[in-house]
Design a protein around this ligand. Structure first.
Ligand code: NAP
Length: 259
C-alpha cells in the first residue's frame, strides 16, 4: 500500500540527535514513503546525523549548513536542485537563543542576543522558504513546516527572548502562507508541547514545565516526539491540502487550559 507521502522529497533541517523533534518528523515521513535529505549545523554534530541517517537505510544526502551563513543555505538548496530537481516538503525545526537570554528577566535582553535569536529562529524560515519556492513550484506545490511553542503568545517563565522569536516566526508563517498560497505552497507551524531535547535544556527550569503540563493538560501527560512527528507528517501530506498559515497545537491540549 502506498504511504501518505510516497514519492515526495523532503528536506529536513534541524536533526541534531535522536531526541530532536526533526528526527520524529523524519521517521514519520520515512515510514510513509518520502525520500529524505538532512542538514547538520557543523562538523562536531555531523557524526550523530550520519548515524541516524544510516539507521533508516538507503542513500540519504547530508549537507553541512548553518542558517546564519546565507551562502551555505543557498548551496544546500542548489545541491537539492541538482540532485532532485524539485522539492515537496521542507521541515524547519531549528532555533537558537543565547543561554543567558533564557533565564531571569526578559527586559535584560541585549540587542546582540535579540538579533541572534531572531535571525536563527525566525528569519531563517523566510530565507529557506524563498529558496524552496522555485523547487516546490516545479513539484506543483509543496508544504513548509516549522516548529513553534506556546511562549509566542503567553509569557512563559524563562522562555523570554525565544517567545518573541516564536511570535515573529508565527507571523512569518502567515505572511509566507499568503505569498506562497497561489503557488500551491502551504506554510504551517506545529506548536509542540515541551519535549526534552538539546535545545530545551537551554531553557532554565525546563523540567518544571514538563511537570506542570503533566498535571494540567487535558490528556494529563506530555506529548511524545513520535506524536509530533505524526502531526508533521499530516501537514506534509495531501490530507492537509486545505491547511495553510496555521499554528497547529500538538501539546495534549495544554494551550486551552485557563486557571
Ligand atoms: P534540537 O534537537 O536541539 O534541535 C534544534 C536544532 O536547531 C538543532 O539541530 C540545532 O543544531 C539547530 N540549529 C541551531 N542553530 C542553528 C544554525 N545556526 N544553523 C542551523 N541549525 C541550527 O531541539 P528541538 O527541541 O528538536 O528543536 C527543534 C524546534 O522545535 C525548535 O524550533 C524549537 O524551538 C522547537 N520546539 C521545541 C520544543 C521542545 O520542548 N523541545 C517545543 C516547541 C517547539 P545544533 O544542535 O547543531 O546547534
Amino acid at each position: 500500500m502506498a504511504g501518505l507521502v510516497s514519492g515526495k522529497k523532503a528536506l529536513i533541517l534541524g536533526v541534531a540527535n535522536k531526541r530532536s523533534i526533526a528526527w520524529g518528523i523524519a521517521q514519520a515521513l520515512h515510514r510513509e514513503g518520502a525520500a529524505l535529505w538532512f542538514n547538520y549545523q557543523n562538523e562536531r554534530l555531523k557524526e550523530y546525523v550520519v548515524d541516524l541517517a544510516a539507521s533508516l537505510g538507503g542513500d540519504i544526502p547530508l549537507t553541512g549548513c548553518d542558517v546564519t551563513n546565507t551562502a551555505q543555505v543557498e548551496a544546500l538548496f542548489a545541491a537539492v536542485e541538482k540532485r532532485w530537481g524539485s522539492l515537496d516538503i521542507l521541515v524547519h525545526s531549528l532555533a537558537f537563543a543565547p543561554r543567558e537570554a533564557l533565564e531571569g528577566e526578559f527586559y535584560t535582553t541585549t540587542l546582540e542576543q535579540w538579533n541572534t535569536a531572531l535571525e536563527i529562529s525566525a528569519y531563517s524560515l523566510v530565507l529557506c522558504a524563498r529558496l524552496a519556492k522555485p523547487l516546490m513550484e516545479r513539484a506543483g506545490g509543496g508544504s513548509i513546516i516549522t516548529l513553534t511553542y506556546l511562549g509566542s503568545s503567553r509569557a512563559v517563565k524563562s522562555y523570554n527572548l525565544m517567545g518573541v522569536a516564536k511570535a515573529a516566526l508565527e507571523a512569518s508563517v502567515r505572511y509566507l502562507a499568503a505569498d506562497l498560497g497561489p503557488y500551491n505552497i502551504r506554510v504551517n507551524a506545529v506548536s509542540a508541547g515541551p519535549v526534552k531535547t538539546l535545545a530545551a535544556k537551554g531553557v532554565a527550569g525546563f523540567s518544571s514545565i514538563l511537570k506542570v503540563v503533566e498535571e494540567k493538560a487535558p490528556l494529563r501527560r506530555n506529548v511524545t516526539q513520535a506524536e509530533i512527528g505524526n502531526v508533521g507528517l499530516f501537514l506534509a501530506s495531501d490530507l492537509a491540502s486545505a491547511l495553510t498559515g496555521g499554528v497547529i497545537f500538538a501539546d495534549c491540549g495544554y494551550n486551552i487550559v485557563g486557571v
